[in-house]
Each structure stands twice: as structure tokens, then as C-alpha cells.
Design a binder for this molecule. Structure first.
Ligand code: ADP
Ligand code: MG
Length: 330
């Protein structure tokens, strides 16, 4: 019910950027190749995510809004997770804390829409949409004023949204991402990354240029190594392209962006001998493994993971990067 949804919302949704993350992940899961995000006032008054994914039928819409109803997992299989979503919590939580409208059209079906505000759902109505899904969230946290108070300035929240979009764009180089800011009636493009082509390494390299800059991409070492069922791929910068802050470290586990202490520590350890303490390595690294070797279900915001054998993963990162650095003369 509404109260439970609001409590759970507190775990999943800390700020507008967490809502944007959940919505983009849903679009990726829906097979979208183009995802456009519009925010206003740091996402506090408006978040709109438009995708060209598989869409939902009118009958799907109430289900999408009911707690723990996910189309992505049957419940018996929580460790074997490949898609981003698996809790069925995001949309009910968003509907409990803001004014949420979902408009969607599945192939071969008519477009339909549903609205929910403060946890109260209205009936499904016909709508006009050619394909895909538009999810609009207005006035996030209006129903939970205590949370609203903890939000930072519009500028800081907008920055956090930009970071999230860039992280997910880094993870999905074959998808076009667009972020616009519609504050004050404006329509400013904040970030745009057009779908890359070629093989995964070409695509990643192209996306790196867009997200981190040409200089970095041209001086990044290609990483491609594996050990005991773990595959490490991506790019790591030469020490000369390090940064004064840890802002350009993109780590992904089975395609999911993570901020995991063990992985960040391994990255740091790999550069220990070639970077001074006040510098931070720049890297975009993907760890892929069988889903049973990693538990991504540790934290509701899903940014921490637990490997069954963290030592192997750490060793793979440290030795993989050190070899690449050594080959490059460092
Ligand atoms: P989860 O992603 O964990 O399944 P959500 O609450 O995020 O839970 O979404 C609930 C359901 O709504 C999804 O399982 C999916 O079936 C549907 N859904 C959400 N967003 C989209 C979208 N952009 N396109 C198509 N279906 C979607
Ligand atoms: Mg989801």
C-alpha cells in the first residue's frame, strides 16, 4: 500500500538522480536504442524519460505500478540476474513520492496511459504515442516533505543527474542518450551521445571520447583479460591522464554501474607504483561473470556488489592493469 511504498521509496530513491537511474535502467531493459531524459530544477519538479523500447500494453500498466510485480524475474532466482531491474520497486516507489504518468505503446497494441500521485492510481486511459514509453515524474518527494528538505541545490542535483546519465551511457555505448534541461522554460542539451557502431571495443572507445574527452580516449590502454570465470574489459588511462579527484572511474559488473569499495580499491592498487597519492586513475572497466558468482542484491540502490570470490576479481584487476601499464612503459 501507499505507506509501504513510501518507506521503500526512501531506500531506493534518495534524490532525483536515483529516479533517473531507475527509469533509464528500465528503458535499457525494454530494449530501447534511444533514451531521452528531460529534467527541470535539478529533477525536483520534472523528470521525463522517453524511450523507443518494447513498451507496455494498457493491461501491463497497473501491473508495472504494483509492488514487487516485475516482468523480469520469477522470484525463485534472485541470484541469477541479468537485466537491471529485478525488484519491481522503482515505479511503485516513484508513484508513492511524486506525480507519475506513464504513457506507453507495445507493438500491435494501442497506446495507453496511467497516472498515480501520492500512491493513488487512476484508471488506464487511451493515449496517443507512436511507440515506446514516456515516463513523466513531476514534483518528486512532494508527498514526503521530509525528504524534500534533504535535497541539495538544483545545480547539485542536476549535476548528480548528469553523472548518472554519463555512467549509464558509458555502460551502453550502442544506445543513444540525450539529457536536456528544461528549467525556466528552457530546453538546453546538457549531454548527448549518439549510438556507437562497430565491435564493443570500438563502441566503448567512441563513447569514452564523448564522456571523458578525446585526450583521454586517445591515451587509454585497452584492457582485455580473464581469469577463473571473470572477464575484465575496457580502457584504463595512462598515469599522465590521472585526475585530482576520483570523478572519472567507471566500473561495471555485468553491465551494471557500481561504486564498489573493493573494485575501486583494486583500481587504486593497480596504479599504486605509478601515481602519487593525490592523483586518481581514470578508467572505464567492465567485469563480467556468470551471475551466480556475484550478488548484486546487497543494497537497494544496487551500487554495491558482493563477489563470491573477491580475491580473484581483485587480482584480475590489479594484474590486468599492471601488465597493460608495464607494456606501455610504466
Ligand atoms: P523492475 O525494473 O525491477 O521490474 P520497475 O518498478 O522498475 O521494476 O518496473 C516495473 C515493470 O514495469 C517492469 O518489470 C517492466 O515490465 C515495466 N516497465 C517499466 N519501465 C518500462 C519501460 N521503459 N518500457 C517497458 N516496460 C517498462
Ligand atoms: Mg526497474
Amino acid at each position: 500500500d501507499a505507506a509501504i511504498n513510501r518507506i521503500a521509496a526512501g531506500e531506493v530513491l534518495e534524490r532525483p538522480a536515483s529516479a533517473v537511474k531507475e527509469l533509464i535502467e528500465n528503458s535499457v531493459d525494454a530494449g530501447a536504442t534511444r533514451i531521452e531524459v528531460v529534467i527541470a530544477d535539478g529533477g525536483k519538479t520534472l523528470i521525463r524519460v522517453t524511450d523507443n523500447g518494447c513498451g507496455m500494453t494498457g493491461a501491463d500498466l497497473p501491473l508495472a505500478l504494483s509492488r514487487h510485480a516485475t516482468s523480469k524475474i520469477d522470484g525463485s532466482d534472485l541470484l541469477n540476474i541479468r537485466s537491471f531491474g529485478f525488484r519491481g520497486e522503482a515505479l511503485p516507489s516513484l508513484g508513492a513520492t511524486g506525480r507519475l504518468t506513464i504513457t506507453s505503446r507495445a507493438k500491435g497494441a494501442d497506446a495507453a496511459m496511467i497516472a498515480v500521485a501520492g500512491g493513488k492510481t487512476e484508471g488506464v486511459k487511451p493515449a496517443a504515442l507512436s511507440a515506446g514509453t514516456v515516463i513523466e515524474l513531476r514534483d518528486l518527494f512532494y508527498a514526503t516533505p521530509a525528504r524534500l528538505k534533504f535535497l541539495r541545490t538544483d545545480r547539485a542535483e542536476a549535476q548528480a543527474v548528469t553523472d548518472v546519465v554519463k555512467r549509464l551511457a558509458m555502460a551502453e555505448p550502442f544506445i543513444t542518450f540525450i539529457l536536456r534541461d528544461a528549467s525556466n522554460g528552457d530546453n538546453r542539451t546538457v549531454f548527448r551521445a549518439d549510438a556507437e557502431t562497430g565491435d564493443l571495443f570500438d563502441a566503448l572507445h567512441g563513447r569514452l571520447q564523448v564522456v571523458l574527452g578525446k585526450d583521454f580516449a586517445e591515451n587509454a590502454l585497452r584492457i582485455d583479460t580473464q581469469r577463473d570465470g571473470f572477464h575484465l574489459t575496457g580502457y584504463a588511462a595512462l598515469p599522465t591522464y590521472s585526475r585530482g579527484a576520483a570523478v572519472a572511474q567507471f566500473l561495471f559488473v555485468n553491465g551494471r554501474p557500481v561504486r564498489d569499495k573493493m573494485l575501486l580499491g583494486a583500481l587504486r592498487a593497480a596504479y599504486m607504483d605509478v601515481l602519487s597519492r593525490d592523483r586518481h586513475p581514470v578508467a572505464a572497466l567492465f567485469v563480467d561473470c556468470d551471475p551466480t558468482l556475484v550478488d548484486v542484491n546487497v543494497h537497494p540502490a544496487k551500487s554495491e556488489v558482493r563477489f563470491r570470490d573477491p580475491g580473484t576479481v581483485r587480482g584480475l584487476i590489479v594484474s590486468g592493469l599492471r601488465h597493460a601499464l608495464a607494456d606501455a612503459g610504466h
